[in-house]
Design a protein around this ligand. Structure first.
Ligand code: GN1
Ligand code: MG
Length: 365
């Protein structure tokens, strides 16, 4: 890897680079915060895209540009009500005018602006934070609701198609000889009991009940930036997975992340639970912006989407554990197993509250 300062300097910074340090907790790409000696903006974000995951990073950048351009035009025409602040990152160009830079090893780098006065949290803090997280996803879907999804490329084939993850899991399982610890047995059993149901969203899509839209793909709590001064959501970042999909993937992902107060990295997986009050707050925030474009069928699959995306993420972590930790970055060999246990425990908690969750959806739709 080239010297990080050299990489940062490729993006024509308005000042001398004085610091580059790792930033955030991404599981796929590497993210750095660059600090400049400048009178104007003092920071920007530098990222190395994991090209083992994103095989066509140029298309990731193109999707991002289309999406940012669309949101900017919409906001110019109709600013958010109440003069609310909403930001989209700027993409910095490299010296050759491109939106990325390849280093001598072929690593793919890009730079975007840092949203001033904002911060993000790995875990949900309280009810107000939850409703802001939901509101942010609602704004995002609302602002992109008139962008035809076929304008965007499919930059990550199979992303959130649960039956595909199941098939991959079966293939991995056949080849690996996982030690049969009680935790591994729990996971094996957990997946086998939900095999048939896991097709629920893709079946609904095949039946024409749900349709593709432009989605974020990864609207978890720490991708939503909160204004330090007002506590309001000001941006949703990590636009790598913006592509055609079901909004249900996003709704499910936002809720599985936002309603798990212990967070997805907790070591106390037995204590993980799904908090229905946080769920109500997130959905209230979300639906205040999304009601107008959701259909009756969309509403009827919200419960399944929450259960499914928690299950799916558990399955993805567990498969990666069985495969030897290829996809998600890990800090130790059992890390993906621990993450899978968290998501499966969360799924169980969601299942045990099905009636309550369905009635929350009915109450606020
Ligand atoms: C990955 O890299 P990061 O943290 O933004 C993953 C998401 C998962 C998430 C779980 C492209 O996102 O799907 O929900 O980890 N992104 C990809 O934390 O697979
Ligand atoms: Mg991401």
């Amino acid at each position: 890897m080239d010297n990080l300062f050299t990489v940062a300097e490729q993006f024509r910074p308005q000042g001398a680079v004085i610091d580059v340090r790792e930033f955030g907790n991404g599981n796929i790409n590497k993210t750095f915060l660059v600090t400049l000696d400048a009178t104007g903006k003092k920071h920007f974000i530098l990222q190395r895209i994991n090209t083992q995951v994103f095989h066509q990073p140029e298309l990731v950048m193109l999707n991002m540009r289309i999406c940012i351009g669309h949101v900017r035009r919409r906001l110019q025409r109709t600013p958010l009500s109440g003069g609310r602040r909403w930001e989209v990152p700027d993409i910095f160009l490299a010296h050759d005018g491109r939106d990325h830079w390849l280093d001598s090893n072929g690593s793919f780098w890009r730079a975007i602006s840092f949203i001033d006065g904002s911060q993000s949290f790995d875990m949900i803090k309280n009810i107000d934070h939850a409703s802001e997280v939901g509101y942010a996803l609602g704004i995002f879907h609302n602002l992109l609701s008139d962008l035809p999804p076929d304008r965007l490329s499919d930059t990550l084939r199979g992303f959130h198609i649960t039956p595909g993850y199941l098939q991959h899991y079966e293939e991995v399982l056949e080849k690996c000889n996982a030690g049969k610890s009680p935790e591994v047995n729990y996971c094996l059993q957990f997946v086998s009991e939900r095999n048939a149901w896991a097709h629920v969203l893709e079946n609904a899509r095949a039946q024409g009940k749900l349709r593709l839209r432009t989605i974020h793909g990864d609207p978890k709590v720490n991708n939503i930036l909160i204004d330090i001064a007002t506590g309001q959501a000001v941006s949703i970042v990590d636009l790598d997975t913006v592509k055609p999909g079901l909004v249900h993937y996003d709704i499910g992902d936002c809720l599985r992340s936002g309603c798990n107060p212990l967070g997805e990295e907790t070591e106390k997986w037995e204590n993980v639970h799904f908090d229905a009050d946080l769920c109500r707050a997130i959905l209230q925030g979300y639906l205040s912006m999304a009601k107008e474009f959701l259909t009756r069928d969309d509403f009827s699959y919200i419960y399944d989407s929450i259960r499914l995306i928690a299950f799916e993420l558990g399955l993805r972590f567990f498969t990666d554990y069985l495969k030897g930790n290829i996809y998600f970055k890990v800090r130790h060999p059992e890390h993906n197993l621990a993450r899978a246990l968290v998501q499966f425990r969360l799924t169980e908690s969601i299942e045990s509250q099905e009636t309550a969750i369905r009635s929350i959806v009915r109450e606020i739709r």
